[in-house]
Each structure stands twice: as structure tokens, then as C-alpha cells.
Design a binder for this molecule. Sequence first.
Ligand SMILES: O=P(O)(O)OC[C@H]1O[C@H](O[C@H]2O[C@H](CO)[C@@H](O)[C@H](O)[C@H]2O)[C@H](O)[C@@H](O)[C@@H]1O
Length: 251
Amino acid sequence: MKGPRDLDAPWALFLDFDGTLVDIAERPDAVVVEAGLPASLSALWQRLDGALAIVTGRTVEVVTGFLGDPGFDVCGMHGLERRVGGRLSRPDGLADLGTDVAALRSAFADRPGVLVEDKGVGVALHWRLAPEAEADALAAMAALAARLGEGYRIQDGKAVREIVPAASGKGGAIRALMEHPPYLGRIPVFAGDDRTDESGFEAVNALGGISIKLGDGPTAAAHRLPSAPAFRAWLHRWAEGVTGPSDLPAS
Ligand SMILES: O=P(O)(O)OC[C@H]1O[C@H](O[C@H]2O[C@H](CO)[C@@H](O)[C@H](O)[C@H]2O)[C@H](O)[C@@H](O)[C@@H]1O
């Protein structure tokens, strides 16, 4: 009988993007997709009979642009928008935050290291290139979240604070995908590096799956690998059929 520890168990694979499939870069537009990654993802997509999805804080459009528009599923905006089976869906009635994006750009115009990432119905404020601006960035985003009200939530990450619709969440996206083929009946595996991935780890743990934290820090994940490159090396070996989730070290 097959179980979670079998190499050939019927896995479903969920993957974070930043800090997992690509290394963290100084700017969101500067990440590099390493040679061989799209081919390995395609091989795994086929090996898993289509049960592979990227679950990311980026928009679906941005991630598919980086990866060369792969056929596999992508959940963007921390699970808010979902391209499943080639069809994109997102909740109706969400306001575009363009006015707030413009106000943030104006407020930080004299601090060029602070980057405002326009995500349409959400916004991210980055201070990786201006660490001295962290307190002001946190305060500006807290004020904006308070003004926008209960339809939104704050998502903190690595040198970034985001405001996203409250309906977002990686755990919810993974649970929703797991209710339908080709994911239904499979054992979920989710790898990520960041605070936004914790709800995904919790969802996968509750579903009897395998959660993988990359790097340091407290986590709900049951397994850990030291870095994004270490994870991708393992992913390439899984694509070649020489390892799998049964070989992962405990957290
Ligand atoms: O869920 P993820 O795929 O991990 O996306 C989370 C956020 O990642 C991006 O920001 C982070 O990566 C940037 C590029 O390496 C880095 O410059 C930044 O400091 C990090 O916070 C992305 O820009 C956000 O939109 C994602 O939500």
C-alpha cells in the first residue's frame, strides 16, 4: 500500500516563487530564473499528472512572464487569483488601488530606495534598498490598511509590507485546489521560505501532506532545507526521478 513516505506516492506539488523557485534579489524585477528550472517544472508537471501549482504573492501575469508562460496552474496575489486548467479567476468587485499606489509613490518620492509595487487590487512597499526607511514604510502601510478597512489585510514579508484583499491566503488556495482533479486524492507537498507561506504549511499539514520551509526562522513546516538553491537542487533530482518528498530532512 502506498503512503506519504513512498517515493512514487501520488503527490500534488505546490511551490512558492520568490525565495524558492528564484533567489531573493535586490528588486522584484531583478530575479533570475535559472537555466533548467522551466524544464524541471514541466517534467514534474507531467510526472504528477498535472498536479503542480505555483502559489505566490506575485500576480499570475508576472509569474507566467518570468517562467515563459508555463501550462501549469498558478495562484497569484497570495492565492487571491487563480489560473487553473488555463482559466484565470479572481473575486469580483475588488477596487483597484491605483490612487493609493500614486499616493505612496508621492510620499516616498525623495527616497529612491523605497519601491512601490502596483498589484492592481493590492500594493507592496519594499525597503530592501533603503533599510533606514523601514519604520516609515511600516507606518505608511499600517495607516493605509486602517483607512481601507476590513476588506483588506496586511501581509508582511522579507523587507516588504503588502496590503492585500482579506480573501487572499495561500492556505485557502491550496485547500481549494485539493478539492478537484488532478489534485483530489493526492498528498500535498508545499515548499516556501516566507511568512506568507505559513498558512500554506498549516493547510498541507492538516491534509496529511509534507511542508518544507527553506532557510531559518520559526515555522509550522515539518521539514526544512537550508536555502532556495538547495531546494531547487532537490527539485531537479525529483524531476529526474532519483529522489522525492520521502527523502526530506525534518525541520
Ligand atoms: O509568495 P512569494 O512568491 O514568495 O512572493 C512574495 C513577495 O515576493 C517579492 O518580494 C520579495 O522578493 C523580491 C525579489 O527577490 C525582493 O526584492 C523583496 O525584498 C522580497 O520581499 C514580490 O516583489 C512580492 O510581490 C511578493 O508578494
